[in-house]
Design a protein around this ligand. Structure first.
Ligand SMILES: [Zn+2]
Length: 148
């Protein structure tokens, strides 16, 4: 194909189109139109979708766990972060909820003075699922996830 898209210009509008086709409105579409989202993929540090980061469900009411969702990042909603282009990353609803869950647990345990190895053990014993493709948290994974 001689007309294959060269450069980045065309990719941005197609991400916006893909989002609209899924029924997404608001800040994520706006970001895609501005060239602030380069691909339709879950940007969470850990993604749990078995088909991968690029697989999303249509937005329905209520939303399914695999529908696209704007995650407050880097400033958490609980810390006053707002859904604006400078504070949003694209996530699956499921991954976003999971992220919040383990992030809060790690935060609490760090504040209590626990080591990363102790935190990994605590997450494992509570059955908190680690990244797709692994089945146990390790100290290094806890640190990497927390600072992502
Ligand atoms: Zn995901």
């Amino acid at each position: 194909m001689a007309k294959a898209a060269a450069g980045g210009g065309g990719a941005d509008s197609s991400v916006a189109d893909q989002l609209r086709e899924l029924g997404v409105k608001g800040v994520l579409v706006q970001m895609a139109e501005r060239g602030q989202l380069l691909a339709l993929k879950c940007e969470m540090p850990q993604c749990y979708h078995h088909k991968g980061r690029a697989a999303f469900d249509q937005v329905t009411t209520p939303r399914t766990p695999w529908a696209p969702s704007p995650d407050h990042y880097p400033i958490l909603k609980s810390a006053g972060g707002q859904l604006r282009p400078e504070n949003v990353r694209l996530s699956h609803i499921w991954c976003n909820n999971r992220d919040y869950g383990w992030r809060m647990q790690i935060r609490t345990l760090l504040a209590k003075g626990k080591s990363l190895a102790e935190i990994a053990e605590a997450l494992n014993s509570k059955g908190v699922p680690p990244a797709h493709g692994t089945n146990r948290w390790t100290a290094a994974m806890v640190r990497k996830a927390y600072v992502s």
